[in-house]
Structures are given as structure tokens and as C-alpha cells.
Design a protein around this ligand. Structure first.
Ligand code: ZN
Length: 484
């Protein structure tokens, strides 16, 4: 079997193979940073590293190309560390075991890091090449993109001189990305005093499972079920029959659509039959509503350990009402870009336990003002029931520029190579371009990349032929960059 460093284009895959050998999960990027700096030294290229942990490497224009606009090739250094439950792997010390599987490169039991390792490898291959034609190049390797875009956030204006930024961090070969949504996270906290149980209750675990989940930006238009919202809907029906909440555990991340949510509930003995009927009815209704998108959803009721302390009824009513009323999912489609969500919200986490209530919510929008308005509306709703709401890191969107010069040039170049026009996309997720563009408003920006499937999961894989096309397109684009 071929090894990945034998694939074509050869230098790109050799660099990618080397990157796989260097541990680089988010917040553990020292070794990959050293690798980049050592590369610059070995190739006699000017480099610098800033306070935010970003690395910049400069390469002069090739002969006759000195008058072209400067290009910044940008990608992030870190990767998402995810592994299967049965895989033993320490992301801070162990190399990624990448291998060829048919038309794809994937990794044994872990994320591959093609996001954004292929982008980094392509940039290093351009910096190392002696047989290409290009104007002045700056490579910008940003730190810790996957958790908070820390490098892009900390980048100082005035450091870079180029005028065109090519972000190599999107995942559909043949598509050019020209815009993205901004995001704003918020944490919602509440408290209640635990109430001892007096009545005769039967304790059960009520749980939703089997939902698809997905990315709260890229997948929000698909109408998938949010396990938290569905669970709260059933609880609202049950509480009319005296059902009490001992605890709730829903979702895991603000930016993931929750796949699972469960509650330990106390059902009055006298209401067991009617509650079972209600749960059946809810299960049938919801399964019918979501039959097409969520064919595997399950609502189950199982015996639970008795809990001695419950949430007081008044608090329960308030919180169930507020989470029920909280907007969720796509709120509005874009008026200017067809089939793209403009504004959305995801309730990603909701927990009730031991006197504490916690929710983590993420609003996204192509328009900053809509993001703010939605965030404020949700905050108002929860403040009305006495919750404490904290706004966390927000990041700006990237406003599409349909008249972009580099977009027109890249469309021509792609057509010349492959005989078809690439698609133009705006993504309802965050790209570093939003933050970068806020520091360098004069930049003309495009994002593109090879085809990667299931990024951020142990199934992550990159399509080998698409990497070759992506490389040829990148090389041809650099040659065709307009005069400054
Ligand atoms: Zn990425």
C-alpha cells in the first residue's frame, strides 16, 4: 500500500505527513510552531511570531512578478482532538496515524487534522517551491482557531503588507467562500434551593436519543431536532400532572446541536398511567413531525434511583417556560444570498442539578446588528425569570463582496483549469476571515480548500484527488494575481 508521503503533489503530502507526526491539538501548538519557524530558518525566509502565537513567514516575489499584489496565505495551526471511545491516543504526545483508504486519506480512530493541516502543508509547499511564479507572499499561520479563534483575535493591524488574503480552511473543492456569519455566545445561570420530597413519587429517567445533532452553523438549516427543546416540550406537558424535576442533562457544546437530553423526574404514583400516555403521545407526535429528518429519534422512560431533593415547583415552571419560549434554529433566511441562513440560535447546553441551572447558547448572523438583537432578546427572556446572563466572546461576520477582484480572477482561473465555474458560497458558520477582516478592512478575501468530510470527528477524511485540484488551482491563482 502507498504511504501518504508518496501521493501527488508530492511536496504537499510530504509536508502533511510531517505535520501528522507533530502533536498539535488546540492549546498545545508549541511543537508545530517550532516546526514552522525551523522551516523558515532552513529556507532562509524572513519570519516572525507575535504575542498571540501566530507565525508569519515571508517569501519574495519570483523574477518578473514583483509588481503583483501581495498575497497572504492563511491557515490555522491547531486541530480538534477527537477520538473513538475504543482508541487509546494522547493528542499531546502521539502522532496521528494517517492512512490511505480508497480515494481518501483518513486516520486510525482519531481526527486527521486535514482541517487545517492540508492548508498548512500547501502553504509550506508554496514557500519551499523553486519552480513556481508568484508575487510577494506572506504565510500567516494562526494559533488556536478551533477554540475561540485566539490567534486571529490577537493579530495586530499593520503587521502584514499583502492586500489579498487566501484562507485555505474551507472544505468543498470547487467552491469559493466569500462570506460567513458572526457569532455571539452567552452563558445563562440560575439557582434554586433544593426542596425535600414529601409526597409519594416514582422516579424515572426521561431521555431523548438517536438525534443527528451536527454543527450549529453549517447544519442549522436542516431542521434537525434539538434534544433540549424536545425534552422541555414533553416536561411542560407532564408538569400539569404534578411531575417534578430532580435534574436535567442536555447537550455538550454551544456550537453543537444537542443529540441527547435526559431528565430525572418524579412522577406522582397516582399519575403514572396518565404520564405514560402523555409520553407516548408526545413521542408519536414528535416522531411524526420529524419523520424525514430524524428517523432514529427515541424517547424513553426508565426507572431511576430515587432523588431526595427536587427543584421547587415555582422555579421549575419559570425555567421550563423560558427554555420553551427561547427561539431556536434558523430564524431568518438571507434576502441577498439564496438558500443561506441569515440569523440563527442554538441552545446547545441545558443542565439542572444540585441547585444550579446552566444554559449555553450561541447566536449567529450574517448581520452583526441582527446577532446583537437576537442575543439581547434571549438575554431579556432569561433575565425576566431572574437568571444571570453573561455575554461571552463574540466575533464579527465577513460581509460578502460580490465585486471582489480576486473572486473574478479566481473564477476565470478555475474555469481555465477545469472548464467549469466554481460555486460561490456564504457559510452560516464562523471563519477567521471575519476577525481578520476587522483588523485589515482593505483586504480582498477568499476562502477555499480541498474536500474534507466529517471534520472535528474521528471519521474526518480528505479526498485525495481534490487535494491535487486544490493545489493546481492555488498555484494557477498565484500566477494570475493582478498587478498591485
Ligand atoms: Zn479549520
Amino acid at each position: 500500500m502507498r504511504a501518504i508521503h508518496e501521493l501527488q503533489p508530492n511536496t504537499l503530502w510530504q509536508h502533511f505527513s510531517a505535520i501528522c507526526d507533530i502533536p498539535h491539538p488546540s492549546f498545545h501548538e508549541e511543537q508545530i510552531r517550532d516546526h514552522l519557524i525551523n522551516f523558515a530558518r532552513a529556507h532562509n525566509l524572513e519570519w516572525l511570531s507575535d504575542d498571540a502565537g501566530n507565525v508569519i513567514i515571508r517569501k519574495d516575489a519570483t523574477a518578473g512578478m514583483e509588481n503583483r499584489a501581495g498575497v497572504i496565505l492563511q491557515g490555522h495551526m491547531d486541530m480538534v482532538p477527537q477520538k473513538n471511545n475504543d482508541t487509546t491516543h494522547d493528542f499531546t504526545t502521539d502522532p496521528i496515524k494517517a492512512y490511505i483508504d480508497g480515494d481518501w486519506v483518513t486516520a486510525e480512530g482519531t481526527t486527521l487534522g486535514a482541517d487545517n493541516g492540508i492548508g498548512m502543508a500547501a502553504t509550506l509547499a508554496i514557500l519551499a517551491a523553486t519552480d513556481l511564479q508568484h508575487g510577494p507572499i506572506e504565510a500567516l499561520f494562526t494559533a488556536t482557531e478551533e477554540t475561540g479563534m485566539i490567534g486571529a483575535r490577537g493579530l495586530k493591524p499593520g503587521l502584514l503588507q499583502g492586500k489579498i488574503l487566501l484562507n485555505l480552511d474551507t472544505e468543498d473543492e470547487g467552491e469559493l467562500y466569500i462570506g460567513c456569519a458572526g457569532g455571539a455566545r452567552m452563558e445563562i445561570n440560575g439557582q434554586y434551593s433544593l426542596e425535600a420530597v414529601a409526597d409519594e413519587f416514582s422516579f424515572k429517567t426521561l431521555a431523548f436519543s438517536g438525534l443527528k445533532g451536527g454543527h450549529s452553523g453549517c447544519d442549522i438549516h436542516l431542521g434537525r431536532g434539538n434534544a433540549i427543546k424536545l425534552l422541555v416540550r414533553v416536561l411542560q406537558c407532564l408538569q400539569e400532572h404534578g411531575v417534578r424535576i430532580a435534574s436535567i442533562n442536555g447537550g455538550s457544546l454551544a456550537n453543537a446541536i444537542p443529540r441527547e437530553a435526559s431528565a430525572v423526574i418524579a412522577i406522582p404514583e397516582s399519575a403514572l398511567t396518565v404520564c405514560a400516555q402523555i409520553i407516548d403521545q408526545c413521542s408519536n407526535d414528535i416522531s411524526a413531525e420529524l419523520a424525514v429528518v430524524e428517523p432514529d429519534l427515541q424517547l424513553t422512560l426508565n426507572d431511576a434511583e430515587p432523588a431526595r431533593l427536587l427543584m421547587p415547583l415555582a422555579d421549575q415552571h419559570k425555567w421550563i417556560a423560558a427554555v420553551s419560549a427561547c427561539p431556536n434554529g434558523a430564524q431568518r433566511m438571507s434576502d441577498s444570498i439564496e438558500s443561506v441562513v441569515e440569523t440563527s440560535l442554538n441552545i446547545g447546553v441545558f443542565t439542572v442539578d444540585e441547585g444550579k441551572i446552566y444554559a449555553h447558547v450561541l447566536a449567529r448572523s450574517l448581520l452583526g446588528s441582527c446577532n446583537d438583537a437576537l442575543r439581547d432578546a434571549v438575554a431579556g427572556l432569561f433575565r425576566m425569570i431572574g437568571a444571570e446572563v453573561v455575554y461571552q466572546d463574540s466575533y464579527p461576520g465577513w460581509k460578502p463582496d460580490p465585486d471582489s477582484q480576486i473572486l473574478a480572477r479566481m473564477q476565470q482561473v478555475y474555469h481555465g483549469l477545469y472548464g467549469k465555474t466554481p460555486g460561490v458560497q456564504v457559510v452560516h458558520a464562523g471563519l477567521e476571515c471575519g476577525l481578520l477582516g476587522s483588523k485589515y478592512p482593505e483586504w480582498d478575501m477568499i476562502s477555499f480548500g480541498p474536500t474534507i468530510r466529517f471534520p472535528h470527528s474521528p471519521d474526518e477524511k480528505v479526498h485525495i484527488q481534490s487535494v491535487a485540484r486544490f493545489w493546481d488551482f492555488l498555484v494557477a491563482t498565484l500566477k494570475a494575481v493582478p498587478v498591485a
